[in-house]
Design a protein around this ligand. Structure first.
Ligand SMILES: NC(=O)c1ccc[n+]([C@@H]2O[C@H](COP(=O)([O-])OP(=O)(O)OC[C@H]3O[C@@H](n4cnc5c(N)ncnc54)[C@H](OP(=O)(O)O)[C@@H]3O)[C@@H](O)[C@H]2O)c1
Length: 266
Protein backbone atom coordinates (compact mmCIF):
# COMPACT_ATOMS: atom_id res chain seq x y z
CA UNK A 1 0.00 0.00 0.00
CA UNK A 2 1.26 3.46 -0.86
CA UNK A 3 0.73 5.90 1.99
CA UNK A 4 0.19 8.90 -0.29
CA UNK A 5 -3.09 10.66 0.63
CA UNK A 6 -3.95 7.91 3.13
CA UNK A 7 -5.40 9.08 6.45
CA UNK A 8 -3.37 7.94 9.46
CA UNK A 9 -4.46 8.47 13.07
CA UNK A 10 -1.69 8.18 15.67
CA UNK A 11 -2.29 8.22 19.43
CA UNK A 12 0.59 9.48 21.56
CA UNK A 13 1.76 11.68 18.68
CA UNK A 14 3.04 14.47 20.94
CA UNK A 15 6.33 12.74 21.79
CA UNK A 16 8.78 9.93 21.11
CA UNK A 17 7.76 7.04 18.86
CA UNK A 18 4.37 8.57 17.94
CA UNK A 19 5.93 11.87 16.90
CA UNK A 20 8.60 10.13 14.77
CA UNK A 21 5.93 7.91 13.21
CA UNK A 22 3.94 11.01 12.21
CA UNK A 23 7.08 12.44 10.54
CA UNK A 24 7.79 9.19 8.62
CA UNK A 25 4.18 8.97 7.37
CA UNK A 26 4.18 12.67 6.40
CA UNK A 27 7.39 12.19 4.38
CA UNK A 28 5.47 9.65 2.27
CA UNK A 29 2.50 11.99 1.72
CA UNK A 30 0.05 10.59 4.28
CA UNK A 31 -2.48 12.92 5.93
CA UNK A 32 -2.41 12.81 9.70
CA UNK A 33 -4.58 13.03 12.78
CA UNK A 34 -2.43 13.51 15.85
CA UNK A 35 -3.88 12.51 19.21
CA UNK A 36 -2.52 13.13 22.73
CA UNK A 37 -3.36 15.04 25.92
CA UNK A 38 -0.80 17.89 25.78
CA UNK A 39 -1.97 20.57 23.36
CA UNK A 40 1.36 22.46 23.30
CA UNK A 41 3.35 19.32 22.44
CA UNK A 42 0.84 18.33 19.76
CA UNK A 43 1.25 21.80 18.28
CA UNK A 44 5.04 21.27 18.17
CA UNK A 45 4.58 18.03 16.19
CA UNK A 46 2.08 19.77 13.92
CA UNK A 47 4.51 22.65 13.26
CA UNK A 48 7.30 20.18 12.46
CA UNK A 49 5.07 18.44 9.90
CA UNK A 50 4.05 21.59 8.02
CA UNK A 51 7.01 21.35 5.65
CA UNK A 52 5.69 18.09 4.20
CA UNK A 53 2.55 19.77 2.78
CA UNK A 54 0.14 17.16 4.07
CA UNK A 55 -3.14 17.74 5.92
CA UNK A 56 -2.74 17.62 9.70
CA UNK A 57 -5.37 17.71 12.44
CA UNK A 58 -4.48 17.69 16.11
CA UNK A 59 -6.99 16.29 18.61
CA UNK A 60 -6.53 16.70 22.32
CA UNK A 61 -7.80 13.49 23.88
CA UNK A 62 -7.02 11.30 26.87
CA UNK A 63 -7.37 7.78 25.41
CA UNK A 64 -7.97 6.30 28.85
CA UNK A 65 -11.30 8.17 28.99
CA UNK A 66 -13.88 6.39 26.83
CA UNK A 67 -16.11 9.48 26.54
CA UNK A 68 -13.19 11.54 25.21
CA UNK A 69 -12.27 8.85 22.66
CA UNK A 70 -15.92 8.68 21.53
CA UNK A 71 -16.06 12.45 21.10
CA UNK A 72 -12.68 12.53 19.28
CA UNK A 73 -13.71 9.70 16.93
CA UNK A 74 -17.08 11.33 16.18
CA UNK A 75 -15.30 14.58 15.24
CA UNK A 76 -12.84 12.67 13.01
CA UNK A 77 -15.48 10.47 11.35
CA UNK A 78 -17.81 13.40 10.69
CA UNK A 79 -15.04 15.02 8.70
CA UNK A 80 -13.35 12.01 7.05
CA UNK A 81 -15.82 9.05 7.24
CA UNK A 82 -12.98 6.59 8.02
CA UNK A 83 -9.26 6.35 8.78
CA UNK A 84 -6.99 4.13 6.67
CA UNK A 85 -4.44 3.40 9.39
CA UNK A 86 -4.95 3.52 13.15
CA UNK A 87 -1.76 3.50 15.23
CA UNK A 88 -2.46 2.79 18.91
CA UNK A 89 0.77 4.04 20.41
CA UNK A 90 -0.19 6.07 23.53
CA UNK A 91 1.26 4.43 26.60
CA UNK A 92 3.34 4.78 29.73
CA UNK A 93 4.79 2.78 32.61
CA UNK A 94 5.14 3.24 36.34
CA UNK A 95 8.18 1.46 37.78
CA UNK A 96 7.91 -0.30 41.14
CA UNK A 97 7.10 -3.58 42.83
CA UNK A 98 3.49 -4.71 42.97
CA UNK A 99 3.61 -4.36 46.76
CA UNK A 100 4.75 -0.72 46.49
CA UNK A 101 2.47 0.44 43.65
CA UNK A 102 -1.04 1.57 44.51
CA UNK A 103 -4.06 -0.07 42.90
CA UNK A 104 -4.68 3.15 40.97
CA UNK A 105 -1.06 3.07 39.64
CA UNK A 106 -1.78 -0.41 38.28
CA UNK A 107 -5.24 0.51 36.95
CA UNK A 108 -3.98 3.66 35.21
CA UNK A 109 -1.48 1.70 33.09
CA UNK A 110 -4.18 -0.75 32.03
CA UNK A 111 -6.59 2.12 31.32
CA UNK A 112 -4.21 3.89 28.93
CA UNK A 113 -2.14 1.08 27.44
CA UNK A 114 -4.88 -1.51 27.05
CA UNK A 115 -8.31 0.15 27.29
CA UNK A 116 -7.09 3.22 25.38
CA UNK A 117 -6.37 0.86 22.46
CA UNK A 118 -9.72 -0.94 22.92
CA UNK A 119 -11.68 2.36 22.90
CA UNK A 120 -9.93 3.53 19.71
CA UNK A 121 -10.50 0.21 17.95
CA UNK A 122 -14.15 0.05 19.03
CA UNK A 123 -14.77 3.55 17.68
CA UNK A 124 -12.87 3.29 14.37
CA UNK A 125 -13.29 -0.38 13.41
CA UNK A 126 -16.97 -0.11 12.27
CA UNK A 127 -16.08 2.47 9.60
CA UNK A 128 -13.11 0.33 8.48
CA UNK A 129 -15.36 -2.73 8.23
CA UNK A 130 -17.86 -0.73 6.19
CA UNK A 131 -15.10 0.36 3.81
CA UNK A 132 -13.59 -3.18 3.84
CA UNK A 133 -10.09 -1.76 4.22
CA UNK A 134 -7.67 -0.42 6.78
CA UNK A 135 -4.86 -1.46 9.07
CA UNK A 136 -4.48 -1.25 12.84
CA UNK A 137 -0.98 -1.05 14.31
CA UNK A 138 -0.70 -1.59 18.06
CA UNK A 139 2.53 -0.54 19.74
CA UNK A 140 3.24 -3.10 22.47
CA UNK A 141 6.75 -3.94 23.72
CA UNK A 142 8.95 -6.93 24.34
CA UNK A 143 7.26 -6.61 27.75
CA UNK A 144 4.32 -8.30 25.97
CA UNK A 145 6.39 -11.51 26.02
CA UNK A 146 8.24 -11.34 29.36
CA UNK A 147 6.71 -10.75 32.80
CA UNK A 148 9.40 -8.76 34.59
CA UNK A 149 9.86 -7.63 38.19
CA UNK A 150 9.46 -3.85 38.59
CA UNK A 151 7.15 -3.51 35.58
CA UNK A 152 4.68 -6.35 36.21
CA UNK A 153 1.62 -4.15 35.68
CA UNK A 154 3.09 -2.56 32.52
CA UNK A 155 3.84 -6.10 31.21
CA UNK A 156 0.25 -7.11 32.00
CA UNK A 157 -1.09 -4.19 29.92
CA UNK A 158 1.09 -5.19 26.95
CA UNK A 159 0.32 -8.94 27.30
CA UNK A 160 -3.36 -7.89 27.22
CA UNK A 161 -2.78 -5.81 24.09
CA UNK A 162 -1.07 -8.80 22.45
CA UNK A 163 -3.85 -11.26 23.32
CA UNK A 164 -6.56 -8.86 22.15
CA UNK A 165 -4.71 -8.25 18.86
CA UNK A 166 -4.20 -11.97 18.20
CA UNK A 167 -7.88 -12.75 18.81
CA UNK A 168 -9.04 -9.78 16.74
CA UNK A 169 -6.73 -10.76 13.88
CA UNK A 170 -8.59 -14.06 13.54
CA UNK A 171 -11.93 -12.24 13.64
CA UNK A 172 -10.80 -9.86 10.88
CA UNK A 173 -9.84 -12.62 8.45
CA UNK A 174 -11.25 -11.89 4.97
CA UNK A 175 -12.61 -8.47 5.98
CA UNK A 176 -9.87 -6.48 4.23
CA UNK A 177 -8.60 -5.14 7.55
CA UNK A 178 -5.21 -6.01 8.97
CA UNK A 179 -3.78 -5.78 12.46
CA UNK A 180 -0.12 -5.91 13.45
CA UNK A 181 1.63 -5.45 16.78
CA UNK A 182 5.02 -3.73 16.94
CA UNK A 183 7.10 -4.82 19.93
CA UNK A 184 10.30 -2.85 20.53
CA UNK A 185 12.97 -3.21 23.20
CA UNK A 186 14.02 -0.01 25.08
CA UNK A 187 13.74 3.17 23.01
CA UNK A 188 15.32 6.60 23.66
CA UNK A 189 12.20 8.69 24.34
CA UNK A 190 10.62 10.59 27.23
CA UNK A 191 9.07 7.31 28.40
CA UNK A 192 11.56 7.08 31.29
CA UNK A 193 10.89 10.65 32.50
CA UNK A 194 8.18 9.31 34.80
CA UNK A 195 9.36 9.97 38.39
CA UNK A 196 9.18 6.25 39.24
CA UNK A 197 12.17 5.65 36.91
CA UNK A 198 14.30 8.24 38.73
CA UNK A 199 16.72 5.71 40.21
CA UNK A 200 17.01 3.63 37.05
CA UNK A 201 19.58 3.97 34.29
CA UNK A 202 17.67 5.84 31.58
CA UNK A 203 18.92 3.98 28.53
CA UNK A 204 21.14 1.06 27.75
CA UNK A 205 23.69 1.00 24.92
CA UNK A 206 21.25 -1.18 22.96
CA UNK A 207 18.35 1.31 23.28
CA UNK A 208 16.76 2.07 19.92
CA UNK A 209 16.33 5.39 18.17
CA UNK A 210 12.57 6.19 17.96
CA UNK A 211 12.99 6.63 14.19
CA UNK A 212 13.87 2.92 13.89
CA UNK A 213 10.61 2.00 15.62
CA UNK A 214 8.68 4.54 13.52
CA UNK A 215 9.98 2.93 10.32
CA UNK A 216 8.89 -0.47 11.64
CA UNK A 217 5.41 0.93 12.33
CA UNK A 218 5.16 1.97 8.66
CA UNK A 219 6.30 -1.52 7.65
CA UNK A 220 3.68 -2.99 10.02
CA UNK A 221 0.92 -0.91 8.38
CA UNK A 222 1.57 -2.91 5.19
CA UNK A 223 2.20 -6.28 6.82
CA UNK A 224 0.14 -9.44 7.17
CA UNK A 225 2.13 -10.48 10.25
CA UNK A 226 0.68 -10.49 13.76
CA UNK A 227 3.81 -9.18 15.47
CA UNK A 228 7.02 -7.48 14.44
CA UNK A 229 9.70 -7.43 17.14
CA UNK A 230 12.32 -4.67 16.97
CA UNK A 231 15.14 -5.59 16.64
CA UNK A 232 14.22 -8.93 15.07
CA UNK A 233 17.08 -10.75 16.83
CA UNK A 234 15.02 -10.49 20.06
CA UNK A 235 12.61 -13.00 18.48
CA UNK A 236 15.24 -15.59 19.37
CA UNK A 237 15.06 -14.62 23.05
CA UNK A 238 11.25 -14.83 22.98
CA UNK A 239 11.46 -18.26 21.38
CA UNK A 240 14.00 -19.35 24.02
CA UNK A 241 11.73 -18.10 26.82
CA UNK A 242 8.65 -19.91 25.54
CA UNK A 243 10.59 -23.10 24.71
CA UNK A 244 12.86 -23.26 27.77
CA UNK A 245 11.07 -21.12 30.41
CA UNK A 246 12.64 -23.10 33.29
CA UNK A 247 16.06 -22.02 31.98
CA UNK A 248 15.43 -18.43 30.83
CA UNK A 249 12.96 -17.15 33.46
CA UNK A 250 15.30 -17.55 36.46
CA UNK A 251 18.09 -15.68 34.61
CA UNK A 252 15.83 -12.80 33.57
CA UNK A 253 14.01 -12.71 36.90
CA UNK A 254 17.27 -12.57 38.87
CA UNK A 255 18.72 -9.73 36.84
CA UNK A 256 15.58 -7.55 36.88
CA UNK A 257 14.94 -8.31 40.58
CA UNK A 258 18.50 -7.21 41.39
CA UNK A 259 17.80 -3.88 39.69
CA UNK A 260 14.48 -3.50 41.52
CA UNK A 261 16.13 -4.24 44.88
CA UNK A 262 18.91 -1.75 44.17
CA UNK A 263 16.40 1.05 43.50
CA UNK A 264 14.77 0.29 46.88
CA UNK A 265 18.12 0.52 48.72
CA UNK A 266 19.24 3.89 47.24
N1 LIG B 1 10.44 3.95 25.18
C1 LIG B 1 10.53 2.65 25.32
O1 LIG B 1 11.53 2.11 25.81
C2 LIG B 1 9.40 1.77 24.82
C3 LIG B 1 9.70 0.40 24.60
C4 LIG B 1 8.68 -0.43 24.14
C5 LIG B 1 7.42 0.08 23.91
N2 LIG B 1 7.17 1.40 24.16
C6 LIG B 1 5.80 1.87 23.91
O2 LIG B 1 5.84 2.88 22.93
C7 LIG B 1 4.71 3.74 23.10
C8 LIG B 1 5.16 5.19 22.97
O3 LIG B 1 6.03 5.49 24.03
P1 LIG B 1 7.31 6.44 23.87
O4 LIG B 1 8.50 5.62 24.17
O5 LIG B 1 7.26 7.19 22.61
O6 LIG B 1 7.09 7.39 25.14
P2 LIG B 1 6.81 8.95 25.26
O7 LIG B 1 7.84 9.73 24.54
O8 LIG B 1 6.61 9.20 26.72
O9 LIG B 1 5.42 9.13 24.49
C9 LIG B 1 4.22 8.64 25.01
C10 LIG B 1 3.08 9.28 24.24
O10 LIG B 1 1.85 8.73 24.73
C11 LIG B 1 0.97 9.82 25.00
N3 LIG B 1 0.04 9.44 26.06
C12 LIG B 1 0.32 8.90 27.27
N4 LIG B 1 -0.80 8.72 27.96
C13 LIG B 1 -1.83 9.13 27.16
C14 LIG B 1 -3.23 9.18 27.32
N5 LIG B 1 -3.84 8.77 28.43
N6 LIG B 1 -3.98 9.67 26.29
C15 LIG B 1 -3.39 10.09 25.13
N7 LIG B 1 -2.06 10.06 24.95
C16 LIG B 1 -1.29 9.59 25.95
C17 LIG B 1 1.86 10.97 25.41
O11 LIG B 1 1.25 12.22 25.14
P3 LIG B 1 0.60 13.19 26.21
O12 LIG B 1 1.40 13.09 27.48
O13 LIG B 1 0.68 14.54 25.57
O14 LIG B 1 -0.79 12.71 26.36
C18 LIG B 1 3.02 10.78 24.42
O15 LIG B 1 2.72 11.37 23.19
C19 LIG B 1 4.07 3.38 24.45
O16 LIG B 1 2.92 2.60 24.22
C20 LIG B 1 5.13 2.53 25.12
O17 LIG B 1 4.59 1.59 25.99
C21 LIG B 1 8.13 2.26 24.59
Amino acid sequence: MSFKNKLVLITGASSGIGRETAIEFAKLGANLILVARRKDKLKQTEDELKKYNVSISACQCDVSKKDQVKEMSETVLEKFSSVDILVNNAGFAIYGSVSDLSISDIESQMETNYFGMVYCIKNFLPSMLKKKSGHIVNVASVAASFGLPGIASYCASKFAMMGFSEGLKHELKDTGIGITVVSPIMVRTNFFDHPSFEKMPKYSPTSLDPKTVAKTILKAANSSRLEIVVPSVIRGAIWMKSTFPFFINPILGKSFKKQLDSTKQN
